[in-house]
Design a protein around this ligand. Structure first.
Ligand SMILES: *Cc1c(COP(=O)(O)O)cnc(C)c1O
Length: 363
């Protein structure tokens, strides 16, 4: 619980919503199994909190941070764990064996390090293919070499083929990358793991054996043109604070650093205890939506470290102490992100450590 003297800002994390969104994934993914993506502290929602809420309903967890993976094991999580970037150094191979972590192998050195270890029979590995994103993954020749090395290992490894789409949420789609994948795998029948949130919602042909949803679990839409609500998703994080000051302005009065906003007519302004030091985007321009006392209004002026200002001219009921929702229930993070020229992924990940995180009472 909050200490009585705390600044009024907090992030509410609704774990029932997280489980609901996981059920939405399940409804879309047929028989494919689900890696719940919990990298970056579960997109800012809290790694252990999110994993504990999902562990009885999901099939595994995917992340990139080995400290996080070990923390999951130490918390008693027994589900498979997929490491999306694999090992960075050969010394990590032993940790993967000790903690039963599944590596994504995306470059030849990682295969060589693995080949030097004593592996249990059927050790699972993901082989990542570059099908056009040109970030991580093997090209044709390296893929054949990696496959030969892995197939030659004593005891045998359990291979899954993976790729990642660059445009599953965009007009270009996935066709070129799917064609490239088919060409690379030829007649190989290894299991497939391809789809992020956007692909699993839009392209059933990408479901394969395992899917890798992230953003939709947290209640945001992977698509610019479709709202989370229209996809049946519910926000998990609500960032809320309060109005800590109210003042009346005359025409010509300026607001905040640089006076980037000037009142055109008399108006009422509220100051919200939330700024970029809390993770609110400093780039959010005048006009970014904010929910005050349950009603939508707009931000005005520049966001500062601890505060931002809102227009209360049409909200006479708003007073010092009125609730302000920056994103979450009642105001989609996607909308705030779009106004600020970013995506809700970044808003969530940027939630600052100083913001207390609370889990709402059910009901
Ligand atoms: C982050 C990530 C995902 C999840 O993507 P969303 O768009 O959040 O669904 C899936 N696969 C890989 C390789 C990732 O890095």
């Amino acid at each position: 619980m909050l200490r009585p003297c705390s600044r009024p800002i907090r992030a509410r994390i609704d774990l029932a919503a997280l489980r609901h969104n996981h059920a939405v994934v399940r409804n879309h993914c047929g028989d494919a199994r689900i890696w719940s993506v919990v990298k970056a502290n579960a997109y800012g929602h809290g790694l252990l909190r999110a994993a504990q809420a999902l562990t009885d309903i999901t099939d595994g967890f995917a992340l990139v941070e080995i400290e996080g993976a070990i923390a999951l094991r130490e918390a008693g999580i027994r589900r498979p764990i997929l490491m999306l970037e694999g090992f960075y150094t050969p010394g990590e191979v032993a940790l993967y064996l000790e903690h039963r972590l599944v590596p994504v192998l995306h470059r030849p050195e990682q295969v060589a390090w693995l080949a030097q270890a004593r592996l249990p029979a059927g050790f699972p590995v993901y082989l990542k293919l570059n099908t056009g994103m040109n970030r991580l993954g093997f090209g044709d020749a390296d893929f054949r070499a990696a496959l030969a090395t892995l197939q030659g290992l004593e005891g045998g490894v359990d291979i899954t083929l993976m790729t990642h789409f660059s445009d599953a949420d965009e007009a270009r789609g996935i066709a070129e990358q799917m064609a490239r994948l088919q060409a690379m795998r030829g007649s190989l029948t290894y299991p497939l793991c391809l789809a992020n949130s956007a692909a699993l919602l839009r392209y059933p042909e990408t479901l394969g054996d395992w899917v890798r949803p992230g953003i939709m679990l947290y209640g945001s839409s992977p698509f610019a043109e479709a709202s989370a609500e229209s996809l049946g998703l519910v926000p998990v994080m609500t960032l809320e604070s309060e109005i800590i000051a109210v003042r009346d302005l005359q025409a010509g009065d300026r607001v905040g650093y640089g006076g980037s906003f000037t009142a055109a007519a008399p108006m009422r302004v509220g100051v919200v205890a939330c700024g970029y030091g809390d993770g609110y985007p400093r780039h959010a321009p005048t006009g970014t939506p904010v929910l005050v006392a349950g009603q939508r209004t707009r931000s005005i002026g520049r966001v500062s470290m601890d505060k931002l200002c809102v227009d209360l001219t049409d909200l006479p009921q708003a007073v010092v102490g009125s609730a302000a929702v920056l994103w979450g229930r009642g105001l989609a993070a996607d909308e705030v992100a779009a106004a600020a020229g970013t995506v809700s992924y970044e808003l969530f990940c940027a939630l600052a450590g100083r913001v207390p995180v609370v889990e709402p009472d059910l009901g």
